[in-house]
Design a protein. Structure first.
Length: 218
């Protein structure tokens, strides 16, 4: 019911270009031309949503709860989007198409496990892995309008693309497009869903921790 309410309310103002709630699983055994290399990229949620999930993981699992571990959790929650940076550096290189090679369990586990040594206990390390995995969960539920549709969750073992579309996508392109009323509305929706609940559920512990001198120890 909550999902239906969100979609209905948002759809009144920003109708989708494709139907909501249409699960799609595609099998691409051979590489083909991708819409991701041309035009705007309507893919995934913004760092606001990913950072909110990282904050939630930090609040629930991290033992030290310092500014250093908070930054680590947020970075890992956003790590899969490193392909944005790499694509900007190596313009036009097919290896860095957004969501093509970095959005899978193998990549997330490799990055999360590689950073585990920075945390000292099992619970904190588990939370870090879950924070990384939350990136895939958040992106797989976003409406995908570009081919190939979805993300390859089990790459390199499988080339199957997964997409369970219901959350509205952000339009990326020029600054005018990025700050459009539609995009600003989606960013507000992301903040309301992925960040505000954490702040409301744990208001006192969060603010108390942020004001503590021990929080600022790396």
């Amino acid at each position: 019911m909550v999902q239906a309410g969100i979609i209905s309310l948002f759809g009144l103002f920003f109708p989708p270009s494709i139907p909501y709630n249409t699960p799609r699983i595609h099998d691409r055994r051979k590489r083909h031309s991708s819409d991701r290399t041309t035009g705007e990229r309507n893919r995934g949620v913004s760092p606001i949503a990913h950072s909110g999930l990282g904050l939630l993981g930090w609040r629930l699992f991290d033992r030290k709860k310092t500014v250093g571990t908070l930054i680590l959790y947020v970075l890992i929650a956003n790590a899969a989007d490193v392909d944005f940076l790499l694509h900007a550096i190596f313009k036009g290189h097919a290896l860095f198409l957004h969501q093509y090679y970095s959005h899978n369990l193998a990549f997330v586990l490799a990055v999360s496990l590689g950073c585990m040594f920075l945390l000292g206990d099992g619970k904190s390390r588990l939370g870090l892995v879950l924070a990384g995995g939350s990136h895939l969960v958040a992106d797989v539920i976003v409406i995908d309008t570009l081919k190939p549709v979805g993300i390859r969750l089990f790459f390199p073992l499988s080339d199957t693309f997964y997409n369970l579309p219901w959350f509205p996508y952000l339009q990326r392109g020029t600054w005018k497009v990025m700050v459009s009323p539609r995009n600003l509305g989606i960013l507000g929706l992301e903040f309301a869903i992925f960040v505000l609940p954490v702040l409301f559920i744990y208001p006192k512990p969060l603010w108390k921790r942020l004001s503590s001198p021990s929080f600022w120890k790396v």
